[in-house]
Design a protein around this ligand. Structure first.
Ligand SMILES: *Cc1c(COP(=O)(O)O)cnc(C)c1O
Length: 387
């Protein structure tokens, strides 16, 4: 099988290395709280805690559910606002809305992460999304900040802290299209014991379960759901995390090659990346959308791997534009006096123009340096053809 041309952990899925999965199957117990051996869920959580230097870790179904858990653990009131970037995957907004909260879109900065200067002084909650491997800023004036690290696991801030550990809570994804994968999967991290105990409890029917026992509740228990990760999923995540460093290094190496071969400030701008970014792509910004689109077609014609952020522009997303709900009374939009006024009178046109003039050339971490040079030169040729 040929390698997928994207930096997906899927390329590293190797049964030979999945000792924990073997152990789970040998024991024939895939439910984390009834294993006789040490559960893969526990092993994974400990691994993440020491790798990313964070106190409390919880494995859950996926990042979307992780975001819901994170928000709920801050004990919001129904209808409370949550500030979030105008450019991200719709899951971030879905997590807010499904909790009965209201997403308020905020413009992104020139690196496509939330412009923290535009989050109001009295904001109580915000979600920042580290998009496409770029680690953005975390607002210090907001009491509860959740970092959506779905696209950037392993990235670091300039001070060396891992993405996900600077805000109140961080959430990672192991969905197929991310840096690491177990098909589906999510991990929630925090240094705050109270937040942790709330989201752990909510994810297991509001209980306080001890390993090997039936769940228990007391007079202070709240209702919950079942968002417990299974042993197969967490076993595979352990194997994937073992490759994170290697993937980051491969991206770093490939990115340096791309920067060297593809640099031309007169015809386009290469968006700079921070040293701690996961360097998934070289991001080129062109004069306008039509120039970008011509390059995009040339890159596509050569069969080279690329992507853009067009689909992440949320003000145009039907779910946020139409503000429909599955509830008959249109909850939670029904709680907002004038939903049309939610994000003020901005139409996010600047953000949109910036998104639509940007093209991301995919770096493949599993390629050798020679292959990365070859790939970069092909990109270069596609650019030369058009511009
Ligand atoms: C993929 C993604 C999610 C959702 O992750 P799942 O694990 O698929 O639920 C959330 N936010 C962003 C920015 C994503 O890219």
């Amino acid at each position: 099988m040929s390698l997928r041309k994207l930096p997906y952990g899927a390329n590293y899925l190797d049964r030979e290395e999945m000792k924990h999965l073997d152990d789970a199957l040998k024991e024939k117990i895939l439910f984390r709280y009834t294993t006789e051996r040490r559960s893969s869920g526990d092993i994974l959580e400990e691994m993440v805690s020491s790798k990313f230097r964070t106190d409390y870790v919880l494995a859950t179904l996926n990042c979307t559910q992780g975001l819901r858990l994170a928000l709920l653990s801050t004990q919001p009131k129904v209808g409370d606002k949550v500030y979030m970037p105008a450019m991200t995957f719709i899951a971030t907004a879905g997590a807010i809305l499904s909790n009965g909260l209201i997403p308020v879109l905020v413009d992104v900065d020139e690196n496509f992460t939330i412009d923290i200067s535009q989050i109001p002084k009295d904001a109580e909650r915000a979600i920042v999304c580290h998009m496409d491997g770029h680690i953005g800023n975390v607002p210090e004036h907001v009491p509860f900040v959740i970092e959506d690290v779905a696209q950037s696991i392993g990235g670091r801030f300039e001070d060396g802290m891992y993405a996900g550990t600077k805000g109140s809570i961080g959430v990672y994804s192991f969905q197929h299209a991310k840096i690491l994968t177990s098909g589906q999967g999510g991990i929630v991290v925090t240094d705050d014991k109270e937040l942790y105990s709330r989201f752990r409890s909510y994810h297991d029917h509001g209980s306080n379960r001890q390993h090997g026992e039936y769940p228990t509740w007391d007079h202070e228990s709240f209702f919950g759901e079942n968002m417990i990760a299974n042993e197969a999923q967490t076993s595979i995540q352990i194997q994937q995390l073992d490759h994170l460093q290697e993937i980051s290094a491969g991206l770093e190496r490939g990115y340096a090659v791309f920067e060297e071969v593809i640099s031309d400030t007169s015809r386009f701008r290469v968006l700079t990346r921070n040293s701690g970014d996961q360097k998934l792509s070289l991001r080129l910004q062109f004069e306008d959308k039509s120039t970008r689109d011509r390059v995009l077609e040339a890159v596509k014609a050569k069969g080279l791997p690329f992507w853009n952020y067009d689909r992440y522009f949320l003000p145009d997303h039907p779910v946020l534009k139409e503000k429909n709900s599955i509830y008959a009374d249109n909850f939670p939009w029904s709680l907002v006096e004038d939903p049309e006024e939610l994000w003020g009178d901005t139409d996010f046109s600047e953000t949109k123009a910036r998104i639509e003039s940007t093209l991301c050339l995919s770096v493949s971490p599993e390629q050798s340096v020679d292959q990365q040079y070859e790939e970069a030169k092909k990109f270069r040729a596609a650019l030369d053809l058009v511009l």
